[in-house]
Ligand binder design. Structure first.
Ligand code: HAM
Length: 444
């Protein structure tokens, strides 16, 4: 009987694993360049952690079950609730701002399709303890740099920037209360994939007869692409009173954020798009998603502010902002742009072993070379010389170390540099000193 992988789960043969690790390597490098510290959390968590905190969409996709102790548990669909718990539990002892990142696998029972699997990796990057737009700017700049690190430019991807806070002010100016606003934001989140008539039907219970005209105004806001138009629109909506004051303050924060992003070199990647409101339950302010520049395909990354979550999970009141990037859509984009590097994982040395009496000497030298941090391989059983050379070539080794009976007798090993074809004898008791030079200069 042959077993297959479960739908939406991947196996990583060495080539695929090397491509995956290339992605992880760039992610880690960029996070460190911004001085974020790496953390980790359990893959299996109490189911309760995700109910309410993550929102309907994710809860409907959980891999959850009862463990042998009768606990309701779930494989993590996202990192944010675990992270908010971790930070909340130690909040007083942690130096702020807390800048942390993680690379880990996550699980969602979605219909497997292009860009969507049931097990995927996320790069989570978050800042806690800073309420001002400086933290949002730092994260969006990091997101842009993390994508640039793969060779992607502003023709390849954009970060769509929006703001749940501004939406709430706008909806308040329209006369909607908090509950009605939450319902409307839920509809806006789905608007791109919904028929107009369906949207009107879903707006009607909160908006009434005016639903169609209301939808028209929402569409107008969603079509705004520059800050000046946004400012004018908002000022026309409310020119005096509390709501107008709040809108003015918020637009000031928008200006700070946009200026910081410009200064950090990320300006050309930013696209104002109030159509992004994010489906997760905990977002409170600026929200953003990275997409391929054409706008097609699933998001490369998504995130935003979630100032209330740490407290909701039992921690102190602590502002937070972060994003997660997925490996699936990113790998697809890199592939389509020809930016997937080809990996050759070849050893530095291959030992060619002349016979049983030479094996011990070769293995002793190999142990030394491995301790020095170089890669050396040798056949695990005795083989003809010709076959060994052929394999050394196939494996792409840089040098052969040839152990024949004569060499063993004389206490030397013959080195062949495969790129120049030059050979030279090296005393075996001086290998520790000669190998670094050999690696540096080769034989010519
Ligand atoms: P999210 O938008 O649900 O946000 O996921 C972020 C990214 O993870 C997506 O843009 C996508 O690249 C990837 N992703 C999500 N689901 C799948 C899937 N089924 N298959 C492949 N890739 C997927 C969050 O998870 C938030 N917790 C992000 C965050 C961090 N917010 C604040 N901090």
């Amino acid at each position: 009987m042959q077993f297959e992988t479960l739908p939406g789960f991947r196996e990583f043969y060495p080539d695929a694993c090397a491509r995956r690790n290339h992605i992880f390597g760039q992610w880690r490098k960029v996070a460190r360049a911004f001085n974020f510290l790496e953390y980790d959390a359990p893959v299996l968590e109490p189911l309760e952690l995700y109910i309410e905190k993550s929102g309907e969409e994710i809860v409907g996709q959980l891999f959850n079950f009862e463990d042998r102790g009768g606990r309701a548990v779930a494989l993590r669909p996202e990192m944010t609730p675990s992270l908010a718990r971790l930070v909340g539990a130690k909040a007083n002892g942690l130096k702020r701002p807390i800048k942390w990142f993680n690379i880990g696998e996550h699980y969602r029972y979605e219909r497997p399709q292009k860009g969507r699997l049931r097990a995927f990796y996320q790069y989570n990057v978050d800042i806690f303890g800073e309420a001002g737009p400086g933290a949002d700017a730092e994260l969006i700049a990091l997101l842009v740099q993390a994508l640039q690190a793969f060779g992607l430019g502003s023709d390849d991807f954009k970060v769509r920037l929006s703001d749940r806070d501004l939406w709430l002010h706008m909806l308040a100016a329209e006369g909607l209360d908090e509950d009605a606003s939450a319902t409307v934001l839920g509809i806006i989140d789905k608007l791109e994939r919904m028929d107009r008539s369906k949207a009107i039907e879903r707006l009607a219970p909160v908006i009434g007869d005016e639903a169609e005209a209301f939808l028209g105004r929402i569409e107008e806001v969603i079509a705004i692409r520059d800050f000046e138009t946004l400012t004018n629109y908002m000022q026309n909506l409310a020119s005096e009173g509390d709501i107008a004051d709040q809108i003015r303050i918020r637009l000031g924060e928008w200006e700070q954020l946009l200026n910081s992003l410009q200064a950090a070199g990320a300006g050309e990647f930013i696209q104002i798009d109030l159509g992004i409101v994010r489906g997760l339950a905990y977002y409170t302010g600026f929200v953003f998603e990275a997409f391929e520049a054409s706008g097609e395909g699933r998001a490369l990354a998504g995130g935003g502010r979630y100032d209330a979550l740490v407290k909701k999970l039992g921690g102190p009141d602590m502002p937070a902002v972060g994003f997660a990037m997925g490996d699936v859509t990113l790998a697809d984009l890199l592939e389509s742009k020809g930016l997937t590097p080809t990996y050759v994982q070849s050893p530095d040395f291959i030992a060619i072993i002349g016979g049983p009496e030479a094996r011990d000497a070769a293995m002793g030298d190999a142990a030394l070379i491995r301790r020095m941090g170089y890669t050396i391989d040798y056949p695990l059983k005795d083989q003809a010389f010709g076959k060994q050379f052929k394999e050394a070539n196939q494996k792409g080794a840089r040098f052969a170390l040839i152990y024949g009976s004569e060499e063993i007798e004389q206490g030397v090993v013959k080195v062949r540099d495969f790129s120049s074809g030059v050979e030279q004898m090296l005393p075996r008791d001086g290998l520790e000193a000669s190998i670094p030079d050999l690696m540096q200069s080769g034989l010519s």
